[in-house]
Design a protein around this ligand. Sequence first.
Ligand SMILES: [Zn+2]
Length: 260
Amino acid sequence: MPSSVWGRGVALCALFLAGCETVPPQQQLKNTSRTFNSVVVDAGHGGRDSGAYRRSGPPEKTVTLDVATRLSRKLRDSQLKVVMTRTNDVFIPLDTRVDIENATPNSIFVSIHFNDSRRRGVKGFETYYHSPYAADLAQNIQSRLCSLKGAVNRGVHTADFRVVRKALYPAVLVECGYLSNRSEGREARNGEYRELLAEKIAQAIVEQRYGVGAYHAPAPAVVSQESQPPPPPQQQQKRKPVLAPPGEGPGLAPPTLSGH
Ligand SMILES: [Zn+2]
């Protein structure tokens, strides 16, 4: 039976995402939306900030980390540099996340979240941005996510979330569905579905950088070297991950999600 318990997810999410600091002047914003070689991948929440929470499944902070980890792996496989704002269950202040993104040259920033609503029927994907230079990236991610079977498109919007508002580089925040919705909550608890979410977001990012058709899904582990798709030629010598998640093989969820 679905839980009717309400956690503090919505209030906490809004509290931790918002803020009243100043916005970078327009002339300081950098348009790297087509030239970036690094992606700052931000797993929403963490540590004492659980984000949205439902008794029926893991908290938002756990599923965001799983999708972010899978996404980071796929981006590295596509020869992009990746910086993760967190690789385990730790609290990272929003300003620290902003500092990380703004200290990563020639980058874009992608924050992974899941949503919550008092109305259990509400479902769908939403993507947010602030800098006008992030509009294309937001639209591409939203479009790819909405190609998933049964997806509901809740649109691309501008927002004042601190991590996108204070970013110097193009920054987006992706809401990967509603944990409060029965079907999307069930999907979020499924590792194969989270792999699909990561796949779509990775495809959108790689295509944003290299063009439509540039993304190649990672080959199965058993295929021969010759049959693997070549990386984009201009990045062959540049692969140098900045931070690596500890000891996880391809396609494996972090240990905290096994059994879900
Ligand atoms: Zn959130």
